[in-house]
Design a protein around this ligand. Structure first.
Ligand code: AMP
Length: 439
């Protein structure tokens, strides 16, 4: 199947082709025809499956057919996403898809000035991509003309629930015309999501891709059993143990944890930045841009901050802190192994996480193999100095070879000269030659 076989407008098909979209992904193949028919659709798909194009292309196609007619600009499509980064990313996609049309779009989210956003909301755009918090603030201030809106998309609905956004969404939806098309996307279909569906959608069709508890098939998943006092030094030694760790997202559970770890890795002269909800929009965007453009090797993030970010070519996801729930695990490891590339998901498991591990393995219906890092002293007691208590440059444990500042400089140099993504994929497939084929 290719994109020409959908009844999408020529302008949208051409823009998608320019962006390298030739063959639709399974969610696109199934959702696009239904959305084009005007149905309300529930899309159950993990991150990285191409869901943004699945909901954008058909609606933009319908809107672009109208945009040829000389009607004044008004808001026709609203996309609500849980985080600024995701809203920004969807907006970037929409702009690419709209390049041969007269459609105008705008993003509305917190952390930046609202001036341009107000203009966009007040008849300056056909499509708005918004986070619930900023949008509701602007609506309360009297902005936004929604009376002619035709399409609503609620993205990452399960995460909206986790983040407590439902009351905001409810208030927003009250402002919208009842006769509209509503699409709801979610990585998981929990009873709470089902409840939302009943509230916001009308006789929806469900499009589900893959087993909802089955993580992306292209990801190799392993665990390392490490106690909390050893996690920092274990992480550092693990990353330094191989050049395969060229693009790593490390997940911490809390903002404070992400910050502490990010600072410790920086202190250890690793090429790292950290993002969490209390960092400014500029800091978050810079870190993500640098990571995406391969200027940065390691990104430490909380679940919320990393939510939905489309970062290609991530070599490893490391669950430094065990995910709070099974869905978070699926979301986290969905950052790697995207677009059918191989990827590795590593989870640190301490003795206090064993019960959660049991639950996770039941959920994903597989036992995660345990690996050990050669030369690491897993028996080191908590009283022994660890990376948290040592000064940078003297963090290796008693069983590891001692490292001089020169060692770090040498490492730094290697990372600066990291291979380009295309070379990496080749070298990764070579290095992965002994692995079982994925997918
Ligand atoms: P998403 O799940 O929407 O975040 O998409 C994941 C990544 O896959 C993004 O980088 C998209 O640009 C890319 N992508 C989505 N659909 C296609 C397609 N049909 N062909 C090629 N790339 C795609």
């Amino acid at each position: 199947m290719n994109f020409n076989q959908f009844a999408l407008s020529e302008r949208i098909t051409k823009a998608a082709a320019d962006a390298g979209y030739t063959q639709p992904t399974p969610i696109q193949e199934r959702a696009i025809p239904k959305i084009l028919k005007g149905a309300d659709v529930i899309g159950i798909a993990q991150t990285g499956t191409g869901k943004t194009a699945a909901f954008s292309l058909p609606i933009l196609s319908m809107l672009s057919e109208l945009s040829g007619q000389s009607e004044e600009r008004h808001l026709k499509m609203l996309i609500i996403a849980p985080t600024r980064e995701l809203a920004d990313q969807i907006h970037a996609n929409i702009r690419v898809f709209c390049k041969y049309t007269n459609l105008r779009s705008g993003a509305v989210f917190g952390g930046v000035s609202d001036k341009g956003q107000i203009n966009k909301l007040n008849s300056g755009a056909d499509i708005i991509i918004a986070t619930p918090g900023r949008l509701i603030d602007l609506i309360k201030a009297g902005h936004g003309q929604f009376s002619k809106l035709k399409h609503l998309v609620i993205d990452e609905a399960d995460r909206m629930l986790d983040m407590g956004f439902i009351p905001d969404i409810r208030s927003i939806v009250k402002k919208l015309p009842k006769s509209r098309q509503t699409l709801l996307f979610s990585a998981t279909f929990t009873p709470q999501v089902e409840h939302l569906v009943k509230e916001f959608l009308h006789s929806p069709t469900v499009v589900e891709v893959g087993n909802r508890s089955d993580p992306a098939k292209t990801v190799t998943q392993v665990i390392y059993k490490v106690e909390p006092h050893q996690k920092q030094s274990h992480l550092i030694e693990l990353i330094e143990s191989s050049h395969e760790f060229f693009s790593v997202i490390v997940f911490a559970r809390t903002r404070a944890g992400a910050e502490e770890l990010g600072k410790a890795l920086k202190k250890a002269k690793l090429d790292c930045e950290y993002i969490h909800g209390e960092r400014s929009q500029g800091q978050r965007r810079r870190a993500i841009d640098d990571f995406k453009s391969n200027k940065l090797q390691i990104l430490v993030a909380t679940d919320v901050a990393a939510r939905g970010i489309d970062i290609q070519d991530v070599s490893h996801v490391i669950n430094y802190d065990f995910p709070e729930n099974n869905e978070d695990y699926i979301h986290r490891i969905g950052r790697t192994g995207r677009a059918n590339q191989s990827g590795d998901a590593i989870t640190f498991v301490s003795s206090r996480d064993l019960l959660s591990l049991q639950r996770l393995e039941k959920f994903i219906q597989r036992t995660l193999p345990t690996k050990r890092l050669a030369g690491f002293n897993y028996a080191a007691p908590p009283s022994e100095p660890t990376s948290t208590t040592r000064k940078a440059g003297s963090r290796s444990n008693s069983n590891s070879p001692s490292r001089s500042p020169r060692h770090y400089r040498a490492k730094e140099k290697t990372y600066t000269a990291r291979k380009k993504p295309s070379q990496r994929s080749q070298s990764r497939s070579r290095q992965n030659g002994s692995r079982k084929p994925k997918g």
